[in-house]
Ligand binder design. Sequence first.
Ligand SMILES: [Zn+2]
Length: 479
Amino acid sequence: MNVSCRATRSPLRCLASAAVVVGLLAWAGPATARSAPTYDGALSTPVEDPYYPSHGDPGVDALHYGLDLRWSRATRVLHGTARITLRVTSDTDRVTLDLGKPLTVAAVSLDGAGVSWTRSGNHLLVDTPPLVAGTRHHLTVVYHGTPHPVTAPTSRSDLPYVGWHTTGTGAVWTMQEPFGAFTWYPVNDQPSDKAFYDARIDVPGDWVGIFNGRLVHRRTTAGRTVTLWHLGSPAASYLTTIAIGDYRGYRDTGPHGLPIRYWVHRGDTSTLSELRRTPGMIRWLERRLGPYPFSRIGTVVVPSLSGMETQTLVTMGGKLLRDYPPREFRSDLLHEYAHQWYGDTVTPDNWPDLWLNESFAMYTQFRWEVSQGWRTMADVRDELDSLDAQLRAEDGPPGAYFPQDFADTCVYYCGARMLDRLRSKLGAATFDSAWRAWPQRHRWASVDRGDYISWLDYRTGRSLDSFFTTWLTSPTSPP
Ligand SMILES: [Zn+2]
C-alpha cells in the first residue's frame, strides 16, 4: 500500500519452492485423483495474528481457492461458489473461515458430502467428521448476498473501509489490507496463509471482471461476459483483488518480454499514458532488487485515493492522478511495483511486521525519486529526521505501531529512516547486496522479523538484533 537458501537457517513459514507448476483447476469442480495438482508450493504454517486475531484461523492452511462469481449490476447481489483445497493443521472436527456477515450460505460440502455449518459474525463454522492433522480436503461453499466493506483499523483518510466496494453504477473494486477478502469469499484471511487461485467471473453486458494473474479466457455471450483467471504463484488473501466495470485492457511488454496489461476505464487515456511508464520502472527495480519474481505484471485502475500491491496486478487509485500532481501517482505506482519483491514474493506472516513490506517499499521509492532527480538523498534524510519523533508519538514505533493505526506513516517513514541508517552502518555495497538478495532468496516465503534479522546476521557476520529492536520498538526517536 502507498502512504499518503540460507533462508533455511531459520524456519520459514511457507515452502519457498523453486518452481511449482500448477495446472489450471478447480473453479469447475474438485480435481480427480489422477489430475489433482498437489499445491505443495502453497503449504504454509498459519499463525494467529497478534494484532487482529479474529481474522484467520491457524488450524486451516488453504492451498487453493477456486472462485466462481456471478455479479448482478441491477440487484447488487453476488452469487458465489468457493471450492477450497485445504489442509488442517491439527486434529479437528471443525473448520473455521472468515466470511462477511451480509453473505448468506446456501450449502457446504466437504470431500463431496454435505456437512452442517453455523454462522457467527464474520465467520463460517463448518462441522466436519473427525479430521486428522495434516490431511487435505476439498471444501465447497455456495453463498450469495450483497457484499459490504468493513471499517479499516486505521485513521488514514484514504482508507476508511476495506473489502468489496460497489460504486453508484454497480461497478466493483477492492482494497483489503490488512483484511477484507472475507467480504466477498470464504477465506483464511491472515497473511501467513498463502494459496493458489483460479477465478471465474460472470458480469453483465460487456463489462469485464478482473482478477490477479493470467487472463485465460474471455467471452461475451447472451448479454454476459465471462472471464477466467489463473494465479499460479501462492498469494496471501490481502494481495488478491477484483474489479468489475467498463474496462478496456491494453497490452505492453516489460524487460525480458515480461507480459504487462493495463486495465483502465473506457476513454481514460491520461491514466493509461502514466501506466505506460511501467516497463521502465520494472527495469529500474530489477537493477536494484534482481529479476522480477512473477510471470506477469499489470495494473487495474479503481476509484480510490490509495494504491495496493495486489499480486501480479497492482490496484491503483485513479483519484491519485486526479487530485495530486502526476509525480505522486508515479511514485505510488513505483512503490506498488516494489512491493512485488517486498511484500508479495516474500510476505510477513503477521501484521506487527508490516515494516518488512512498507519500510522497504518506501525506502525503494525514495531511492527511485532520487534517481529521477526530484530530490537528493540529503533532502530525504532531512525530511525523515524531522518527522521521526512526531510519527513515533502519533502512530507508535514502526515495529510496534498502535493496532488502530494500521499502515499509518510511521511504518513507512521511520522504517525507511532505519534502513538508511542500516546502510550507513553496514556500508553501501553490503546493504545494497542484501537489499537485492532478500526477496530473491525467499521467493514465496512467509516470514517474521526474526527470520530477516537472523538472515542478515549470518550474511554480514554481525549481530544486529539490538539495532533492529531499538529502531523498531523505541517510542522515542533513536539518535
Ligand atoms: Zn506500500
